[in-house]
Ligand binder design. Structure first.
Ligand SMILES: [Cu+2]
Length: 166
């Protein structure tokens, strides 16, 4: 049977206690959502193309400047491509994606990340990501220069990428 609230009900369930609980819960939910998908991180998209603004067999954009915690999503817009890292900063995990499958890299450390598409390396299908400070500049540059010797067409792309490092 229903009854009207009495003074006694109001003291056992004080309104201010309920609203405090609600704001705590709200704060907790907000914190959880912040950690689940950080509002301050950016997803950069790099497309893998048979033909782009810079000629055939390209990553577009080939140079990305990012911050720690950002992600890069490699989109297999054209078929026949995948992506493999050739140089990453100390502590960062090297990567290798599958053919024609979108691939997301989380940029865990600052520095330079140099990568290529192995079947099209000879055609200069390379790219570079700079995350904050280029702390591994000399190591990455050495890898890029030695890789350049294995490229038959568009080898100058390596120099263009190096020139973009801040
Ligand atoms: Cu390719």
């Amino acid at each position: 049977m229903l009854r009207t609230p009495t003074n006694r009900d109001m003291t056992t369930h004080p309104t201010h206690q309920y609203s405090l609980y609600r704001s705590l819960l709200g704060g907790l939910l907000l914190l959880c959502s912040l950690f689940a998908s950080p509002a301050w991180s950016t997803e950069h998209v790099v497309r893998m193309l048979n033909a782009g603004a810079d000629g055939s067999m390209v990553f577009e954009p080939a140079f990305v400047y990012a911050q720690v915690g950002d992600t890069v999503r490699f989109e297999p817009t054209s078929t026949g491509h995948f992506v493999r890292s050739l140089a990453v900063p100390d502590g960062a995990k090297p990567w290798l994606s599958e053919l024609d499958v979108p691939f997301v890299v989380t940029l865990s450390h600052q520095g330079l990340y140099f990568y290529n598409c192995p079947p099209h390396l000879m055609m200069g299908m390379v790219g570079l990501i700079q995350v904050a400070e280029a702390v591994n500049r000399s190591t990455a540059t050495a890898v890029m220069k030695s890789t350049q010797g294995r490229i038959y067409s568009h080898a100058a792309r390596v120099d263009s990428l190096l020139a973009l490092v801040r």
